[in-house]
Unconditional design. Structure first.
Length: 323
């Protein structure tokens, strides 16, 4: 009697489930160590700095978070590398046009502090694009290696801004902003910018630019940069890898394997297991496994959102190359 009952139950359950749609809701997973190459008792850890560098968490098309913001992720991965006594060196795999001034500065600081505490070498490998904030982060490394086709440089600061007052007049929209001081809405797209406001914003840009130059000089003492000479090549232009090498912005041209060899040599180790940190469910099996974030494909200058920066409103100060 039991067998027919269970058979009927199983059939009914199968028919019911056949009409159901199962959805795996995205969730944030803590990073775990994954081996991506080499072998040996010592380890070389690879950390990705990719996509636009800002503090927006990674999201899917539905808007659900699939990862923490880059600042939190990098600090967490640096923490794992710090706690692991077998980690003898660090490689930063950088593929980014840059990003928010503060976020880039925090990551540079975190890497610099990691070097001091761990007393281990850091090598930066520049990939497709490592411009502006990407180079700012790389300046924290002991050695910078660029891929033969890398585009780097773009040293400087930019604040995207538009004046939409003419469009507003045409469609009958009037700005009725109420403010406590004459400069409270400085940079507003609702009206033209005055000369006085432009001078104020330029002074902010200038201070942030000087900080960029200081980080390069401090991070690359071997290059022997003097500020005025550095300023002459740091006018925002981009450079190819050979051009950057001639200008001492990088130390060598090579591939990821070269970065691993450089890291092992700097750490005075012969053999090493190359590891990275990623979510347990992600697939990474070698040095060129997918980067942490996709590169932005579009920029909407009207909304000043810069692809991954679409959630920002108003003026943002950026260490970013965005043609």
């Amino acid at each position: 009697m039991k067998k027919p009952f269970f058979a009927a139950f199983a059939l009914a359950l199968g028919v019911t489930l056949a009409g159901c749609v199962f959805i795996n809701l995205p969730h944030v997973e803590p990073p775990a160590e994954k081996v991506i190459g080499g072998q040996g008792p010592d380890k070389v850890a690879v950390i990705d700095i990719s996509g636009v560098i800002d503090d927006e968490g990674e999201k899917n098309l539905l808007g659900s978070e699939t990862g923490v913001n880059i600042t939190a992720r990098v600090r967490e991965e640096l923490g794992l590398a710090m706690e692991d006594k077998a980690v003898a060196a660090l490689i930063l795999r950088i593929n980014t046009p840059g990003g928010a001034v503060t976020t880039c500065d925090i990551i540079n600081h975190e890497i610099t502090e990691w070097k001091k505490r761990k007393k281990a070498p850091v090598v930066a490998e520049l990939m497709d694009i490592a411009a502006s904030g990407g180079y700012y982060v790389a300046a924290a490394a002991d050695r910078i290696i660029a891929h033969p086709t890398t585009v780097t440089g773009s040293i400087g600061v930019v604040a995207f801004n538009v004046n939409a007052s003419g469009l507003m007049d045409k469609i009958g929209i009037t700005d009725q902003t109420i403010k406590s001081g004459v400069n409270k809405d400085i940079g507003s797209p609702m009206r033209p910018m005055s000369d006085a406001e432009r001078k104020i914003l330029q002074s902010v840009i200038d201070d942030m630019y000087e900080r960029f130059l200081d980080r390069i000089i401090e991070g690359r003492p071997g290059a022997g940069f003097k500020k005025e000479a550095l300023r002459a090549i740091a006018d925002g232009r981009i450079y190819t890898a050979p051009q950057a090498l001639d200008l001492k912005l990088i130390d060598a041209i090579g591939y990821m394997d070269d970065a691993v060899s450089e890291a092992k040599q700097a750490a005075h180790i012969k053999d090493a297991t190359v590891i990275t940190y990623s979510a347990p469910s992600s697939y990474k099996n070698n040095l060129y496994s997918s980067l942490a974030q996709p590169m932005p494909s579009t920029v909407n200058l009207v909304n000043i959102d810069g692809g991954a920066l679409r959630h920002r409103f108003g003026m943002s100060f950026m260490y970013m190359w965005r043609p």
